[in-house]
Design a protein around this ligand. Structure first.
Ligand SMILES: [Mn+2]
Length: 410
């Protein structure tokens, strides 16, 4: 049975500065700064453990075109481990680490095949004679906007054909439109697998043949949430197996909690504490952005606990020396304003009059005419029925009262 196994990874972004977080405790800051390197070490561990035939990195190995010495020596160290295990690596450079930059030259071991700034083919032959062709190119400069996908040509004398491409799938995202391609263009090449890089998310653009973004092995900011890693790919005569392998050392997460039933600051603390513990991952760090929804504004200590920063401080204090930390960089909330009309009326003439106006309100056509007669809007809007009018009025009342109460410093 002719079979090839490999790891498909991309966007290592070694030595990413990990900016955007304020005043992290030293150990957590260091862990984050090291995380792109640790993820690569995890990736190499997986390659050795699964005894793959080779490893692919589909661009953006380094975060910057100046390729810091730390990034390069870190990469070389891990490639040497692969070399000792007899595993080749096929790598291309992308828009971040394009060939037009200036960097101190660090030699890589002989198992590393770096694709040049033009379409190039590498041939891999396994001990049993199974052969694979790998096609790809490195970005000669940062801005590569041509359709390089046109230039991939299948050379037939191999069992498997793998395209490596760092670029942007047209029509899918607006993210930096480099080396654009469409799925159907790649389909036509008749390859067995497309190892894509550039989009930092795991995405299967097609199943057969697989056209895949592996995402990055380590999230770098709060937008790169969830588990990150690489794909273990097995090409056989009967089809392709794909398995996701997690490599990240720090996981970025965003969670919204329902705080509507929280009655005091102690309960609010417990709600956050329990969520932090639920997110904890063995052997890893977690950066958790928390939002509490539906905080009751009639219980003043709830907002106070968040607004003064006291609650966040306690939650952070408990994590600063943890190896498997769950660090909450910020805590935000959204209020669900609860009020009783009867009580508001007792507060004075102002609310009494406002609520009377609201109750007697029936001039929807005139009030909303600027919207409903608007050139563009009227094509998309239907007339409101009675229930919708009532709901709109209720929302407006709530909004008005929320704004007034906020002005008064509730
Ligand atoms: Mn990238």
């Amino acid at each position: 049975m002719k079979e090839i196994t490999f790891l498909h990874s991309a966007d290592l972004h070694l030595d990413s500065p990990m900016t955007g977080l304020q005043s992290l405790p030293g150990p957590i800051f260091n862990r984050l700064r090291q995380s792109t390197f640790k993820a690569l070490a995890n990736l190499v561990d997986k390659a050795i453990k699964h005894d793959v035939d080779f490893v692919i990195v589909a661009g953006d190995i380094y975060d910057g075109a100046d390729r810091s010495l730390k990034a390069q020596t870190g990469f070389r160290k891990e490639m040497e481990r692969l070399c000792a295990a007899g595993i080749p690596a096929y790598i291309i450079h992308g828009n971040h680490d394009h060939l037009g930059g200036n960097w101190p030259k660090v030699e890589l071991p002989e198992n590393v095949h770096v694709f040049p700034g033009r379409i190039h083919r590498e041939r891999f032959v396994k001990a049993d004679g199974t052969a694979a062709h790998l096609y790809g190119f490195s970005y000669p400069e940062r801005h590569v906007t041509d359709r390089w996908s046109d230039q991939y040509e299948k050379a037939d004398d191999a069992d498997y054909h793998i395209g490596i491409l760092h670029g942007h799938a047209e029509g899918e995202w607006d993210h930096g439109k480099y080396a654009p391609f469409t799925v159907s263009e790649l389909m036509k090449k008749n390859f067995d697998y497309w190892a894509l890089g550039h989009i930092h998310k795991r995405i299967k653009l097609a199943e057969s043949p697989p056209i895949i973004y592996s995402g990055n092995p380590q999230g770098r900011n709060r937008k790169e949430t969830g588990k990150k890693g690489c794909y273990l790919v097995r090409l056989t005569e009967n089809g392709t197996d794909l398995q996701f392998l997690e490599t990240n050392d720090v996981i970025w997460t965003e969670i919204s909690l329902d705080g509507s039933s929280v009655g005091n600051a102690g309960d609010l603390y417990r709600l956050c504490r329990e969520e932090a513990d639920r997110q904890r991952e063995r052997g890893k760090g977690v950066i958790l952005s928390l939002t509490i929804e539906g905080i009751r504004t009639d219980i003043k200590e709830l907002r106070a606990a968040i607004e003064t920063g006291e609650l966040l401080e306690i939650l952070q204090e408990e994590e600063k020396d943890e190896d498997n930390f769950v660090w909450i960089p910020s805590l935000s909330y959204r209020t669900d304003f609860i009020y009783e009309r009867e009580k508001l009326v007792l507060q004075g003439e102002f609310y009494k009059e406002m609520l009377t106006v609201i109750d007697e309100y029936n001039d929807f056509p005139n009030t909303l005419s600027p919207l409903f007669n608007h050139n563009l809007a009227r094509r998309h809007l239907d007339e409101l029925d009675e229930t919708e009018e009532k709901e709109l009025l209720k929302e407006a009342e709530k909004l008005l009262i929320t704004l007034f109460e906020r002005e008064e410093g509730m």
